[in-house]
Ligand binder design. Sequence first.
Ligand code: FES
Length: 173
Amino acid sequence: MEGKEQSTGRLHFVGKKDELIAAKRSFRTLEGRDILIVYHQGILYALDSYCYHAGGELQTGDIEEFDGKLCIVCPKHKYKISLAKGECLYKAADPSEKPPVPRWYSKGVKQRTHGVTETNGDVYVTLSLETKWIESDFYQGEKGKLERAKTEKAEKAEKAEKAEKADKAASSE
Ligand code: FES
């Protein structure tokens, strides 16, 4: 299946616990899958590295708690993804309620999360054995990789154009 080869269920050594704690965020490629390992408040988590929404790199996302769940906030469009389960959380209010009270809701599991185990200071990740398609699978496949590369190129061009305009505006002052 595009973007989701069945996991072998093997344990992959990903580093010493101390190193992963010091790094806080670590990127690894396991069985061709790009994984982010996050250390936060005493726990190590592993999840797909690219945001299911549009392939944003979660590695630089802030971690915050929403509705009692620790989430990584995608730097691109600020989607909130729970570290433990990969659920996407959002806040909304029902306009028919008087007055409307904003509440947290879950869009369900959108980001694939993986198992983390530790033995004598050695940390291992087992890729998720869930066989059902999870939306973040897309950005792990060939099509998703091409799409990410295309977006990156467009964003670079846009930045360069903005910088050029700013330069021109500065020099004409
Ligand atoms: S790419 Fe992550 S929120 Fe859009």
